[in-house]
Design a protein around this ligand. Structure first.
Ligand code: C2E
Ligand code: CA
Ligand code: CA
Ligand code: CA
Length: 281
């Protein structure tokens, strides 16, 4: 019987190996990328409309496959989410972001109120210990909570709304800011803005992009700005690529802007140079 048991074990073991080798090559590569620290953050500023002062920095995930090959999230994020690896990678993103922000604070490199913005996947927020993880990271990095902005998309509202809003409320009580990303592109109704703790709306760049040539986009952008302000929220225009879009957002009293007109997302060293440039002016 013992002998049979062992064979049985080996049989199952073979099966496991078999299914492992059946994983797509990209999944295995992503596991290795995480293990070998190939993920990296790029940084993109958000600036105040009139003064041009940097009000926030968004961190954006990249996969550096080799020195000159850097992949954007479009190439791997949905697979990271399907694999569940987004939990670990997302924790790492948050930790890095807080770590950098706190080191800039200690060095006095950027303004005391400039926030750091971190994108979250639905998978991360529905983890039962999500709020605890964020608190732990703040404690570890010593970064003040009010300097952290968490960006979520409306798709998160398709998840368990009670547990998500409970976690966000708990974090908001600490001073963390909550932003709705890609606002206007989701399928949800406005009602969640009443029950959800939201501080900031980010207008999706598909509306900002042609705000000056498409009257529909212009109407949507104006409405989102007014809605945000009527609800006591701040509003950010994303994807600002030219002076026309910028002029429109200034005229309609948008609070902050982000886009290639100011800077592309930059790797760490280039972002440091950008900051020095700004303070030198
Ligand atoms: P997002 O949060 O909407 O981020 C803005 C995206 O627009 C970025 O793409 C950025 O490079 C791009 N962008 C910024 N300014 C302009 C502009 O003026 N014109 C145009 N055409 N594009 C502009 P990126 O870095 O490829 O990121 C794509 C998406 O991946 C992000 O969209 C976000 O949803 C997701 N993502 C990025 N980093 C993370 C992360 O750490 N965690 C999670 N869960 N998602 C992330
Ligand atoms: Ca974002
Ligand atoms: Ca966005
Ligand atoms: Ca987007």
């Amino acid at each position: 019987a013992k002998e049979r048991g062992r064979n049985k074990f080996e049989f199952y073991n073979d099966q496991l190996n078999f299914s492992y080798s059946n994983k797509t090559g990209l999944e295995q590569e992503l596991h290795l990328a995480y293990k070998n620290n190939e993920f990296e953050l790029f940084f993109q500023p958000q600036v105040a409309l009139e003064s041009g002062i940097m009000l926030a920095v968004e961190v954006l995930l990249r996969w550096r496959k080799s020195r000159d090959e850097v992949l954007p999230p479009a190439d791997f994020l949905s697979l990271l989410e399907d694999m569940g690896l987004i939990i670990q990678v997302g924790n790492w993103v948050l930790e890095q972001a807080c770590y950098y922000r706190e080191s800039w604070r200690q060095q006095g490199l950027i303004s005391d109120t400039c926030t750091i913005c971190v994108n979250l996947s639905a998978k991360q927020i529905i983890e039962p210990d999500f709020a605890d993880m964020v608190k732990y990271t703040l404690a570890q990095t010593k970064m003040p909570a009010h300097l952290l902005e968490l960006e979520i998309t409306e798709s998160i509202l398709l998840e368990d709304q009670d547990s998500v809003s409970e976690a966000l409320l708990e974090l908001q009580a600490l001073g963390i800011l909550v932003a709705i990303d890609d606002f206007g592109t989701g399928y949800s109704s406005f009602s969640y803005l009443k029950s959800f703790p939201v501080d900031i709306l980010k207008i999706d760049r598909s509306f900002v992009f042609d705000v000056c040539s498409d009257p529909d986009s212009a109407a949507i952008v104006t409405s989102i700005i007014n809605l945000a302000h009527d609800l006591g929220m701040q509003v950010v225009g994303e994807g600002v690529e030219d002076d026309y879009a910028l002029r429109y957002l200034i005229d309609h009293k948008c609070d902050r802007v982000q886009g290639y007109l100011f800077s592309k997302p930059l790797p760490y060293c280039e972002f440091m140079a950008y900051i020095e440039d700004q303070t030198a002016e």
